[in-house]
Design a protein around this ligand. Structure first.
Ligand code: MLT
Length: 328
């Protein structure tokens, strides 16, 4: 084949025109139970990405357990052909500080495809909780230490990290009893039923429940009030409530197994970035209080995503080391 033809063939392959991908349904592993915040992000993202992946079928696999590390490990060990992906959040950065025997290395065992969004958290309580303001809430927890329980989705989950950060910030003498679930969807059922007392959960899972009056909300965890959201704007930030520097949003990223071919990674990153510009996806996320990453956000590039997670690993290690006594 002439040199000219070779370079054309190479260009076509790299450009993706001749790229044979996807060649079968794509599986997105969600490392928590169906119906929770991570599942919601993954399903909405899959819908927005499909049209940029030759309308491939995208299947969600809820592989829950151990704070998300079981599902993450499943992807780290999956064939590196681009047909098995992972949607996960700050757990990717928190788990090294919480699991002595983590079965994967966050910065070595995955290809980084880009950050998806940033999601605020809300401090919420069961409907019977005798509190209607954040001040009442904090005073009630203080007055009943050792008697109340907090639900979360396992060590290193967003709800777990938020719970330990809040307990540390208010300097409880005794850490709350915690109940771990396979995700905050099942935990939410128990909060609504009054089986658990409190939770710190993402707005993607709490907004509709707060709106329906099924749970009580007391504060948001972001540094700034959620002034753009018709419901969440009514809740103070924890900084406004005196918890200096409290600032927590839950980012979600998209990952493939290490070794996935570069042209496949490029096509997946292009499909992700196209989805992040999809007005329907942006709107659905905003209705739940979530902010989709913008094209100007350097975290939507593989390099920017990986550098961000590396920094978050160090940041969350410091948080967990400081608040260790509340980490279960
Ligand atoms: C978490 O707390 O990490 C998530 O809310 C878990 C989930 O998505 O269910």
């Amino acid at each position: 084949m002439s040199k000219k033809l070779w370079s054309l063939a190479l260009a076509l392959t790299v450009s993706g025109a001749a790229l044979a991908f996807p060649t079968k349904p794509i599986t997105i592993v969600v490392p928590f139970a169906a119906g929770g915040p991570t599942d919601t992000v993954a399903r909405q993202l899959a819908e927005a990405m499909r049209k940029h992946l030759d309308n491939a079928t995208i299947v969600i696999d809820n592989a829950a357990g151990a704070g998300g590390t079981i599902g993450a490990n499943k992807v780290a060990r999956a064939p590196a052909d681009g047909h098995t992906l992972l949607v996960w959040h700050i757990g990717m950065a928190a788990s090294p500080a919480l699991y002595r025997k983590l079965p994967f290395k966050p910065l070595e065992d995955f290809e980084y495809l880009g950050i998806i969004n940033d999601v605020p958290m809300t401090l919420v309580g069961k409907p019977q909780l005798p509190a209607n303001t954040y001040r009442d809430f904090e005073n009630y927890i203080r007055a009943n230490q050792g008697k109340l329980n907090l639900g979360h989705a396992g060590l290193g989950s967003a709800s777990h990290i938020c719970g330990l950060m809040w307990q540390y910030a208010v300097k409880l003498d005794k850490s709350m009893a915690t109940i771990a679930y396979r995700g905050t969807a099942p935990a939410m059922n128990d909060l609504i039923a009054g089986t658990i007392d409190v939770m710190c959960d993402q707005t993607t899972n709490t907004t509709q429940q707060i709106e329906a009056g099924r749970i009580k909300a007391f504060a948001v965890t972001t540094a700034k009030p959620l002034s753009d959201h018709p419901l969440l704007k009514h809740y103070p930030t924890l900084q406004e409530m005196g918890l200096k520097d409290f600032n927590l949003t839950i980012w979600h990223g998209l990952y493939a197994p290490k070794g996935t071919p570069a042209p496949v990674l490029q096509k997946l990153n292009q499909a992700l970035r196209a989805a992040l510009k999809d007005p329907a996806f942006i709107k659905k996320q905003a209705e739940l209080g979530a902010l989709v990453a913008s094209e100007r956000d350097k975290r939507v590039t593989p390099e920017g995503h990986k550098a961000f997670v590396a920094a978050e690993i160090a940041k969350l290690k410091a948080v967990i080391d400081a608040a260790g006594q509340y980490a279960d």
